[in-house]
Design a protein around this ligand. Structure first.
Ligand code: AMP
Ligand code: MG
Length: 796
């Protein structure tokens, strides 16, 4: 075990990170997809349908997640040629059961299409089975657990084979390590990435069957990290004995459970059964990764059940420095039950964009999920508009629960499940006091629903205000892409605005510009209103009863009563929700603009008087660099005031001298240049007056600022106005250089710039950078090919 820097903390390999106590784990607090009700279910499906674990299908009512293991393989999976065509077809769960029943009954005649299909499916299953953890592996995992309750890393026979794809570690974020997993030992990963840059071949693999075998502890820690984060070694806590396995798993189980009378249960009976299950689950020590079930409005239309189609949470851990909870999730690690016929994979390009995008938004101080690593699988091809190498990002968030997670059960009127989810979020994620768990005795239960709604609304408001203030557009603000925690999640076709325009959307498939820059706050508010609707019967209940509902209580209410409660709940909060959201967004937006402009004191009408007119000036100009340049203005103002007759003249001179090269004139159409200059000068004059008011200059007050205030403001403003933002063309160049030259050094250079956006990139800081490097840094800060003419590709 090594210690990073001078921190005395003991570092441990990835699988030795501590899990939270059983009662706090997501999988013990929400209900699983009945197909795989427990981690051991995966081991118990050999003779039925292991592929169904990851096959696209509607999940039954109640399910908050499905247990699943990563399997990043070329898709469609390779099967014997004559059976390929049939096995590519998706089969509904119902159809599966019908066919199984028919096969069991032995009624199908040997040569019927159905029998042929059945044989083909069995072949599919035989192949799939080789990739699931196997009973025979239980007592000899590849990475043994550090103790009986810790995670072990399992390989399966097919993943041990030489033909299984090996993994190449492309990038790792030191900032994500520091902020989220300060106790993680990545071994020699950073050096490994450096030393393999610009080369290919087996010795550049960080893990997998083709990778060089690790020779020391540092190499072993890196190998394990890469093996797990590439989806090869599966993290789990499983019993070592076969006798403890769940014989209730799989498709057969589902049918058996229906047979046991689930079908005929009343809502209340079902809830009683589920609550009993939950009480048991709170103690469950076995553990396995999962994907979340959710729904959502996509581009304003209801899309029904969605879910983590290609994202798999590996495990949860706790940061020992601040007790913060983190979920480690892979994106692009293969299919899950929520894949909607897609392959579950991600292209190198989209993974690199997710990796750099999340770290870049984090460094700008905006709440977001984080990215730890990006790993390519050179032998796994992904077909989009063209053929791509696949890659997996590992991302971190306190939770991946979204607005759509609440919408799914609410759309099915499954209010008990909404309650469970809400209690989990309130208790474990928001740390509200006194929130009930499954074990909490009945009444009186502390209210949580309205609090949760407003907490989420405030957080999401602050998030979107942050985007607006740095000129960033998310691209796909569907309700399933909006986190309950107010984190920026799902980095798809996002973009930093370069040439500023309120109407820009980075997504060329968004023809209506629904998610354009100026629409973002309204779109996040739309999601908050959907959250209100999803919680409304519970909010109504809490208003009426002065306490939260007990388990089973909502299930016992008549539909008319629930409807009345929902209407009541919605009516009591709707106006407040809108007000709180808008006020919080505005407050945070103003706070961020004051920082950008070096202003200490708020002024009542600053939005209308100063900030909105600034955005008008910025139209057609480079958002980032034009704002960055403003930091030079205060010193120019201070100088001119010294030599001028009066304040008015000083301001006039400063404005004239600064405006001449404030922005790039060539970006403005020739016939509009005079107009733009007048507009810019008018704004600078108001800004100068405001600055002086803010500083108390010339107001006769005794607290006039010290000489040199212009220079101090310059320092402050340079901390709030990035010099570098991840422009679309920069991301494209990183991807191209990775694809063509395996240039991981360049990826790291751009990552460093993302992590320190406000540094004077391109200027000699005495650290001995070559002229060539400085030139490259400066180039990477430039506008390049602007976004509007170069939209991010949709191939993900
Ligand atoms: P998104 O629009 O990317 O947030 O995804 C919406 C739904 O489609 C979710 O259920 C995703 O998990 C699923 N999905 C999107 N892309 C893929 C993919 N390449 N493979 C599997 N599922 C996907
Ligand atoms: Mg999404």
């Amino acid at each position: 075990m090594t210690a990073r820097n001078n921190s005395p903390r003991r570092l441990v390999p990835l699988l030795s990170l501590p899990l939270p106590p059983p009662s706090q784990r997501l999988t013990n607090n929400l209900l699983p997809d009945a197909y795989t009700p427990s981690p051991t279910s995966l081991l118990s499906t050999p003779d039925s349908t292991p592929s169904l674990v990851r096959r696209a299908r509607p999940v039954p009512q109640g399910a908050g997640f499905s247990y699943v293991t990563p399997l990043p393989l070329p898709f469609p999976y390779e099967f014997p040629a004559e059976q390929k065509e049939e096995s590519d077809k998706e089969v509904s769960l119902g159809e599966q059961h019908r066919r199984e029943a028919e096969a069991e009954g032995g009624g199908a005649d040997a040569d019927s299409a159905e029998a042929r299909y059945e044989r083909q499916m069995q072949e599919v299953e035989r192949v799939m089975r080789r990739y699931e953890i196997q009973v025979s592996e239980l007592d000899k995992p590849e990475y043994p657990a550090k103790d009986a309750e810790g995670l072990a890393g399992y390989l399966t026979p097919a993943k041990r084979a030489q033909t299984y794809p090996s993994a190449r570690l492309l990038g790792l974020s030191a900032a994500a390590l520091r902020d989220c997993l300060p106790n993680l030992d990545v071994g020699d990963a950073f050096e490994f990435i450096k030393s393999t840059s610009g080369r290919d071949g087996p010795d550049t693999y960080a893990s997998g069957p083709m990778a060089p075998q690790p020779k020391d502890d540092a190499a072993r820690a890196r190998f394990q990290l890469s093996d797990v984060l590439a989806g090869r070694a599966v993290a789990a806590v499983l019993p070592s004995e076969e006798s403890q396995l769940d014989d209730m798993a799989g498709c057969g189980v589902w049918a058996r459970r229906v047979g046991q009378g689930w079908k005929d249960e009343s809502l209340q009976q079902r809830w009683e059964r589920r609550n009993g299950e939950l009480l048991e689950r709170q103690k469950q020590k076995t553990y396995l990764g999962w994907s979340n079930a959710y729904a959502g409005h996509q581009f304003g239309s209801w899309a029904g059940q969605l879910g983590d189609g290609r994202a798999i949470t590996l495990f949860e851990t706790i940061n020992p420095e601040n007790n913060e909870r983190w979920e480690i999730q892979l994106k692009g690690a293969g299919r899950t039950p929520y894949s909607r016929f897609a392959d579950g994979l991600a292209t190198l390009g989209s993974s690199v964009r997710e990796f750099l995008g999340s770290e870049s938004i984090a460094a700008l101080g905006i709440p977001t999920s984080r990215a730890l690593s990006v790993i390519s699988l050179p032998d796994v091809e992904v077909v989009r508009e063209r053929r791509n190498v696949s890659a997996i990002t590992s991302r971190l968030a306190q939770s991946w629960i979204r607005i759509g997670s609440f919408q799914l059960p609410a759309s099915r009127s499954d209010w008990e499940i909404v309650r469970l989810l809400g209690e989990y979020v309130s208790r474990i994620l928001f740390n509200f006091e006194g929130i009930p768990s499954a074990q909490t005795p009945d009444s009186p239960r502390e209210k949580w629903a309205t609090r949760l709604l407003f907490e989420s609304a405030r957080r999401n408001a602050r998030m979107v205000a942050g985007w607006q203030a740095v000129g960033w557009t998310h691209g796909v603000l569907n309700t399933d892409n909006i986190s309950i925690l107010g984190l920026t999640i799902d980095y798809g076709p996002y973009g930093f605005l370069d040439i500023f325009s309120q109407d820009v959307t980075p997504n060329h498939s968004d023809e209506m510009s629904r998610y354009s820059y100026k629409m973002q706050p309204s779109m996040v508010l739309f999601a908050m209103k959907q959250l209100l609707t999803s919680l409304s019967p519970i909010i109504g209940f809490e208003e009426e009863n002065g306490r939260a509902p007990n388990p089973g209580e909502l299930a016992s209410l008549e539909p008319e009563k629930l409807k009345a409660l929902a209407e009541f709940g919605e009516a009591t909060q709707r106006a407040d929700l809108e007000e709180v959201f808008i006020n919080t967004t505005m407050e945070e937006w103003r706070r961020r603009f004051r920082l950008r402009l070096g202003l200490k004191n708020a002024e009542e009408d600053e939005k209308g008087a100063l900030f909105d007119p600034l955005l008008d000036v910025l139209e057609e100009l480079d958002f980032t660099l034009t704002l960055r340049k403003l930091k030079e203005f205060p010193s120019i103002l201070e100088e001119n005031l010294k030599s001028a007759e009066g304040q008015e003249e000083g301001i006039k001179k400063a404005v004239e001298s600064f405006s001449a090269d404030w922005y790039d004139q060539s970006r403005v159409l020739a016939y509009l240049r005079d107009q733009k200059r007048d507009q810019a000068q008018g704004w600078l004059t108001k800004y100068a007056q405001r600055l002086l008011r803010d500083l108390g200059v010339g107001s006769g007050s005794s607290s006039s600022p010290a000489v040199g205030w212009g220079t101090s403001l310059r320092e402050e403003m340079s901390q709030h106005n990035p010099r570098f933002v991840l422009r679309n063309w920069v991301g494209e160049e990183v991807i191209k250089r990775l694809e063509e030259k395996d240039d991981t050094l360049f990826l790291d250079r751009v990552l460093q710039m993302c992590l320190h956006p406000c540094k004077e990139w391109g200027q000699d800081d005495g650290s001995g950078k070559s002229a060539e490097l400085l030139e490259e840094e400066a180039r990477l800060c430039e506008i390049g090919e602007p976004l509007q003419r170069n939209m991010p590709s949709c191939s993900s």
